[in-house]
Every structure is written in C-alpha cells, then in structure tokens.
Write a protein of this length. Structure first.
Length: 414
C-alpha cells in the first residue's frame, strides 16, 4: 500500500533535493512502500525490470558477476539512498544484483509513475538522468580499480595483452553508454509528423556522433494552431542528449500555456536554468506558432539559424529575426516576428550542422549552396525537399567526418 506519512515526504526531500513541493507530493502519493526480509533479492543482474528503489530503512548490497565468473561488490546502500534508476529509461538488463543485508523497507517508483511525473516536472527528468551519469561513473571507477589491481600482479608477463584488454573494456563501456543515450534520444523524437490537407511536414536528423543535441517537432496546440520547433543543445556528448530531453519536454509543457512564442521560449529559458543552474550548456532554437486557417506564422529565433522560405515566383527569402540563445545567462529579451505562408510555399528550418558541413578540404557547405539546391526542388513535396538537401550535403561532404549534428525540418503549404 502507498505510504503517505510525513516521514515519506522527508525522505524524498533528502533524496531529491531541489524539487518542487507538488512533485514531492506526487512521489509520496504514487511511491509504494514495501518491506523485505534479510537476504531477499530485489533485482537480479541480467533481468529486465523498470522500477526505481529508495531505501527507507535497512541496508542493501549491490554485486556484479564478471565475465570470468568472479563476483565483486559494487557498494552498500542505506537509508535515503537509491538504486535502479537506469531501469526507468533503459530496457537493457540490470547491470547488478541487489540483495537486502538486514530487514529492509524501500519505496518503489515504477516506469509508469515516472513517465507521469516527467510530464509534470522536467526537473524530475534531469535529476534522474543526472543519477544515471553518476552511476555509470561509479561503475567505471570500479572497473578501473579492478584493472589496475590485475595489471599490478601480471604486468611483467602480460603487459601488452592487458593493455589490449583494457582498451577493449573501455570501448565496450563507451559503446554501451552511447547506446543508452541514443535509445533515449530516439524515443523522444516524434515517430512521424502531422499531415493535413493544407500542410505537410518532413524532417531528418543525423547526429555527428552516436548521440547529439539537436531535436525538432511539430505538434497541435489546439484545433487551429500548430507548434513548430527546431533546436540545438550546444554540446556533443551524453550530456547534450540529456539536456535535449529536458529542453524538448519544456517546450511541450510550456507551449500548452500560451500561444505567444516569446513567452514559451522565455519559460523554457527559465526552466533550463532552473534544472541546470551551473551548467555551461545552452540551447539555440526556432519556435513558431502557425495559425492554419490564415497561414500566419508567429515565431522567435533564439540564436538559431534563420529559416529559408521558398515562394513560387519570388525565389528564396531568409526570414527576419534574431535573439540570444536560451540558458546560461538569466536576462533574456526575445522579439516576435511573423510571416504569412501561402499555397506553394516551402519553409526550410535547419540546424547549423547544415551550413557547417565540411568536405574533405575543410570547406563549409554554406547557406548559399542550401539556397541553390532549394531553388531546384522548391516545387517538390516536403519529403522530396528533405531528401534532395540531405543527398546534396552527403555529396559535398563525401567521406569527411561530420563536425556537427545535421537537422532539417520542412513545412509544405499545399
């Protein structure tokens, strides 16, 4: 039965310092308190489950069985400590077995409860994601200490072999870390964009690495309006993927409160600073609200590339607008601009990975080449426009390593 005592709230306040009172109340409401005897296995290495545990009373031990059959202890958790947070985001098997050392009481939060709370407070997403990174770092430290001990004993006889093995372990760890982040990122991007008799949309995203910080979306605000967003987190690591998740959630939540793009962007800015007050990451973004009946698109540009508008008989026009990026610095002023889209228009939104794409000689693709290819395909549908631009950039880049995420979003007015 769910525990609703004041001590429950106090426990979650100590574990999740900095969360709002209403979120703590939600945790208190939905977390299930259970008691287990000593020697009880709460979760087992290799099995899949999606539950997050907070220890209320007692102690548990986490152990991991290595490939050579050796078992190592990862650590002991006591009151106010937690484990199993990766299971809320990842469908991979548990990385360790957790067993009670003494009679133990825990609070359990399921994936369904977590998904509900993420919508209500993006701070939950950031807090849990941050613990995932801390857990991975802890596992890394254990692995490094393990390898150092073996190297000390076998260094003279197996120095070259051990170095190769160490490199392999590191490669596998990084690959798995990136796989987790990539899976989370893919799950957050829209599976498909909405299509109407008067508007069609198409998009493409190619991370420079296995994970990236770009995202896009087109979503209904009400029966008459659509929200359109494309954004880029200024980082190229797992941290970028995590901030991307937080930023996208903030846009989705704040867009339901007002039809003013400037107010939405400023609210996202404040939320981004709130969940990461000391981070050096920031977000560039284009966010617009499209009134479908009139074609009026009201938008803000926060440090992002300005979209290109291809209109039959009028060539290619760069949309007006400018503004500072979101995050890092408290003060932010954004001006709203507007344009009326007409039948036959193709609006192309893109990240800086498009003009910054390099060929083997280190030359940038540039906005000029993007305008040229758009002139040739502006009569085609949204999906064909995306495909043509993507293929032209690939031909330019050849076998050069990507330097940034490449993201395209095309709005077609029929």
């Amino acid at each position: 039965m769910a525990d609703s005592t004041d001590s429950t709230t106090g426990l979650f306040q100590r574990v999740f310092r900095g969360l709002e009172e209403d979120v703590l109340a939600e945790l208190r409401k939905f977390a299930t308190r259970k008691r287990y005897p000593a020697g009880y296995t709460l979760c087992r290495q290799g099995e899949r489950e999606h539950t997050f545990y907070v220890v209320a009373k007692g102690r548990v031990v986490a152990t991991q069985k290595l490939e050579d059959g050796e078992e190592r202890m990862l650590g002991v958790r006591g009151p106010n400590e937690y484990f199993g947070e990766i299971g809320l985001l990842d469908n991979a098997p548990r990385m360790a077995t957790v067993t009670t050392l003494v009679p133990t009481s825990v609070f359990e939060v399921t994936e369904e409860v977590f998904d509900h709370l993420v919508v209500e407070s993006p701070a939950i997403a950031y807090t849990i994601s941050r613990t995932i990174l801390e857990t991975l770092r802890t596992l890394d430290q254990h692995a490094i200490e393990d390898l150092e001990a073996k190297n000390q004993a076998l260094r003279l006889a197996y120095e070259e072999l051990q170095a190769a093995h160490e490199a392999l372990v590191e490669k596998q760890r990084l690959e798995r870390e990136l796989e987790i982040a990539a899976e989370v990122q893919r799950s957050l991007l829209p599976a498909e964009l909405p299509s109407y008799h008067d508007y069609r949309h198409a998009a493409y995203l190619e991370p420079a690495r296995q994970v990236g910080g770009d995202f896009y979306d087109v979503f209904e605000l009400d029966d008459d309006h659509l929200g359109i967003v494309i954004a880029d987190v200024a980082d190229k690591s797992i941290q970028a993927a995590l901030f991307m998740a937080v930023s996208r959630t903030l846009f989705l939540v704040e867009s339901k409160r007002t039809l003013s793009p400037a107010r939405v962007a400023k609210a996202v800015h404040r939320g981004f600073i709130a969940v990461s007050p000391v981070a050096e990451s920031f977000v560039t973004a284009f966010y617009g609200v499209l009134h479908r009946a009139s074609g009026k698109l009201t938008y803000v540009i926060a440090g992002h590339e300005r979209p290109l508008l291809a209109r039959p008989g009028e060539g290619i026009v760069t949309l007006r607008g400018k503004g500072r990026f979101l995050g890092m610095m408290e003060q932010l002023e954004l001006e709203e601009f507007s344009v009326v889209l007409q039948s036959g228009d193709r609006l192309v939104l893109f990240s800086d990975g498009v003009p910054d794409a390099e060929n083997p000689q280190g030359e940038n693709y540039g906005v000029g080449r993007l305008r040229d290819i758009l002139k040739n395909v502006s009569h085609q549908d949204a999906q064909q426009v995306v495909r043509a631009i993507k293929n032209d950039i690939a031909a330019w880049r050849q076998d050069a390593v990507p330097v940034d995420d490449l993201t395209l979003l095309v709005v077609e007015v029929r």
